[in-house]
Write a protein that binds this ligand. Structure first.
Ligand code: NAI
Length: 369
């Protein structure tokens, strides 16, 4: 029998340092009867060499020798480039952060070529799907990293210090948006000894924020639950009132970390220029939503802006600042999804499975909603 091949191409998009599979995770896939082929150099930006992949049981091929027509599965972090997508054979499975709304051309190509495309941004937020939940694993990386970025830039300590040279009060950190990234930011800032406040529009977040030893900021606003545990988009009036109330908390914070997001929509604007100007000089804002429009009016993705002596740091592919562990977690998510559709060494997705159905974007020539 011909072996079923899982191909890992090198990422090609700017600023992307992650890789879809790391050597540690290769044996899990090989044990399930699949063959793994990695493009030479694909792991180097996240510090995995071709030899590491070979030692783990994968084959390695130079980019110009990589034949995607033979692939049963192609796994990547970013969506495949169009020139690779048009090489795929019918029934090939692709796994990536496809973001179908942002990639209509690619979705059309996958449908036309009868590729079965899975998008890791669509994995249902249910318990059984958690091992494949790459949004959560990457949000954890982002939340952790955001705090380190802020701590390294703040001209103050995070913890309380009582020393012979005097007592230093702890830094005050405000985290806006308490989803997976926000909660990780709260936990990390607490571990560094800061006094932390958290806020979210979802009522359920209050308990989670408090369980991490932070204060939940209660605003006199109705809660804004959406579907699937996400927030819904808020009205302009709601956001204006929210900004008014948040302003006071922002003004007394040394660090503000913003993580607020609404799936498929631009990020809500929570921190205005006026609020930034009311902060103490030396304060730091880290905006994890900078790439989707920004929670802070002044943030720009990939830029560090100084405004009135406040530093505004806009994230751009923050996961690539920690490519080794971001890739490791992502690779585990990819393997979990892949093994869900693998039986007896064959890859054959069952779209009656709730998890696979939830994140399948194209199958057998059709685009699924
Ligand atoms: P996300 O990245 O879409 O958004 C981040 C946070 O921003 C959310 O908590 C959201 O409520 C908040 N937000 C939106 N607009 C806001 C505003 N105007 N002001 C303040 N906060 C605002 O969310 P994420 O991190 O992907 O989590 C979404 C939900 O999914 C959460 O309830 C989380 O607990 C849940 N979840 C469930 C899992 C499961 O398997 N059961 C796994 C992972 C997440």
């Amino acid at each position: 029998m011909r072996s079923v091949r899982v191909v890992i191409p090198a990422e090609t998009r700017e600023y992307e340092r992650r890789v879809a599979l790391v050597p540690d995770v290769v044996p899990r896939i090989v044990r399930s009867g699949l063959e793994v082929l990695v493009e030479s150099g694909a792991g180097l930006p996240s510090y995995a060499t071709d030899d590491d992949f070979r030692a783990a049981g994968a084959a390695v091929a130079a980019g110009d020798a990589l034949d995607l027509t033979e692939a049963a599965v192609v796994a990547s972090v970013q969506p495949l480039p169009v020139q690779q997508a048009v090489e795929l054979s019918e029934r090939t499975v692709t796994i990536s952060f496809l973001q179908p709304a942002a990639e209509p051309e690619l979705v059309e190509i996958f449908a036309r070529r009868k590729v079965t495309a899975f998008s890791l941004d669509r994995v249902p937020r249910i318990t059984r799907a958690q091992p494949a939940d790459a949004l959560s694993s990457q949000a954890l990386v982002a939340g952790y990293r955001a705090v380190l970025v802020a701590a390294a830039r703040l001209p103050k300590f995070f913890p309380l210090f009582m020393t012979a040279a005097g007592t230093v009060p702890p830094a005050r950190v405000l985290v806006l948006g308490a989803g997976v990234a926000g909660l990780q930011a709260i936990a990390t800032a607490r571990r560094l000894g800061a006094v932390v406040e958290g806020y979210d529009v979802r009522a359920a977040a209050a308990e989670e924020v408090r369980s991490l030893g932070a204060q939940f900021v209660e605003l006199e606003l109705e809660t804004q639950e959406g579907v699937g545990g996400y927030a819904r988009e808020q009205s302009a009036e709601f956001l204006a009132r929210q900004r008014e109330l948040i302003g006071e908390r922002v003004a007394i914070a040394d660090v503000v970390i913003t993580t607020a997001a609404i799936p498929g929509r631009p990020a809500p604007r929570l921190v205005t220029t006026e609020m930034v100007e009311a902060m103490r000089p030396g304060s730091v804002i880290v905006d994890l939503a900078a790439e989707s429009g920004g929670n802070c009016e002044l943030s720009r993705p990939g830029e560090e802006i100084r405004h009135h002596d406040v530093l505004v740091w806009g994230a751009r592919n923050i996961w690539s600042d920690m490519p080794a562990h971001a890739s490791k977690l992502y690779a585990n998510n990819v393997a979990a999804l892949l093994l869900l559709m693998t039986k007896d060494g064959d890859v054959s997705p069952d779209l009656d499975d709730e998890v696979l159905a939830g994140c399948c974007v194209t199958h057998a020539g059709e685009v699924r909603a």
